[in-house]
Design a protein around this ligand. Structure first.
Ligand code: NAI
Length: 228
C-alpha cells in the first residue's frame, strides 16, 4: 500500500487548527526539528517507538498528537520521515516564505539579524529599523539598518508579514499598534510586556527570563529532593 495515498486520504487538514490544543501545537516544532535531523541523516522511515525513544516522549503521545491532523502513520510501517516532515511544515505554515523586519537594532535585534537559521526556515529579515541616527546605513549580514521613520512605507511597499519587536518596553505598545495599522500580520515580541492586539494580528512573545526561572525552579526541586 502506498503510504502517501493512505495518509492523504485520511486528510491532514480535516480538523481545524482551532480544535487542537495549544499543547499539541507547542510540541509540533520539536517533532519538526527531530524529523529534520533524521532527514539530514538519510533516515527514510521511523516507527513511533523509535521516534519516542529519540524524543523522550511516549509513543502513544506521538500517535495522539499526530492523530489530531489525520495520523500520517501506517500500522507495521511507522512514519515516512520526509512525508511527515513536510506535512508538519504545512501545519506550521512553513511551506511558505515570510518577509520580516526587525524594529530595534540593539543587542537582541542585531543578534536575530545575524542568525542565519531563521532564513533556512523561511523567515527572511529584509530590513532593520531604529530611531538612533548613528546606526542608519550600517548593515548586519548585508541587512540595512534604516530610520524607523521609513518603517510604515517599507512595510506597505514590500508586503512585510512579520515584525520582530526588539525595542525598549516603553516603546513597544505604541509601535505594536502602529504595526497593526500598517498591515503587519504577526509580531514576534521580545519586549517584556504583554501586547493586547486585535485578533487579526498574531503575537508570539519570547521571554528568555521565564525559561531561566523554570531552570532555577528545577534546580531548586532537584536540590530539595537530594536533601530528603
Ligand atoms: P538595546 O537597548 O540594546 O536596543 C534597543 C534598540 O531599540 C536601540 O538601538 C534603540 O535605539 C532602539 N529604539 C528605541 N526606541 C525605538 C523606537 N521607537 N523605534 C525604533 N527603535 C527604537 O536593548 P536590547 O538589549 O536589544 O533589548 C531589546 C528589548 O528586549 C528590551 O525591551 C529588553 O527589555 C528586551 N529583552 C527581552 C528579552 C527576552 O527574553 N524577551 C531578554 C533581554 C531583553
Amino acid at each position: 500500500m502506498d503510504i502517501k495515498n493512505t495518509v492523504t486520504k485520511k486528510g491532514a487538514f480535516s480538523v481545524s487548527d482551532k480544535d487542537i490544543s495549544s499543547a499539541v501545537i507547542n510540541r509540533l516544532p520539536r517533532y519538526y526539528r527531530y524529523l529534520g535531523d533524521l532527514l539530514d541523516n538519510d533516515v527514510v522511515r521511523i516507527s513511533s517507538k523509535e521516534l519516542s525513544e529519540k524524543m523522550h516522549v511516549t509513543a502513544s503521545q506521538i500517535r495522539q498528537d499526530l492523530n489530531n491532523f489525520g495520523g500520517f502513520g501506517q500500522q507495521g510501517y511507522g512514519y515516512n520521515v520526509e512525508y511527515l516532515y513536510n506535512e508538519i511544515a504545512k501545519i506550521l505554515g512553513l511551506d511558505r516564505k515570510y518577509d520580516m523586519v526587525i524594529v530595534g537594532a540593539g543587542n537582541i535585534g542585531q543578534a536575530i539579524a545575524g542568525y542565519t537559521d531563521f532564513e533556512k526556515r523561511g523567515f527572511k529579515v529584509k530590513r532593520i529599523f531604529d530611531i538612533n541616527p548613528t546606526l542608519f546605513g550600517q548593515t548586519i549580514r548585508g541587512i540595512l539598518i534604516d530610520d524607523v521613520a521609513n518603517l510604515e512605507d517599507y512595510i506597505k511597499d514590500n508586503n512585510i508579514t512579520i515584525a520582530a519587536l526588539t525595542l525598549p518596553k516603553n516603546q513597544a505598545v505604541t509601535m505594536a499598534n502602529n504595526l497593526v495599522k500598517w498591515g503587519i500580520k504577526g509580531i514576534w515580541n521580545f519586549a517584556p510586556i504583554d501586547l493586547r492586539l486585535p485578533s487579526n494580528v498574531k503575537v508570539e512573545t519570547v521571554h528568555l527570563s521565564d525559561s531561566l526561572m523554570r531552570l532555577s525552579y528545577n534546580i531548586r526541586e532537584m536540590e530539595e529532593d537530594k536533601d530528603v
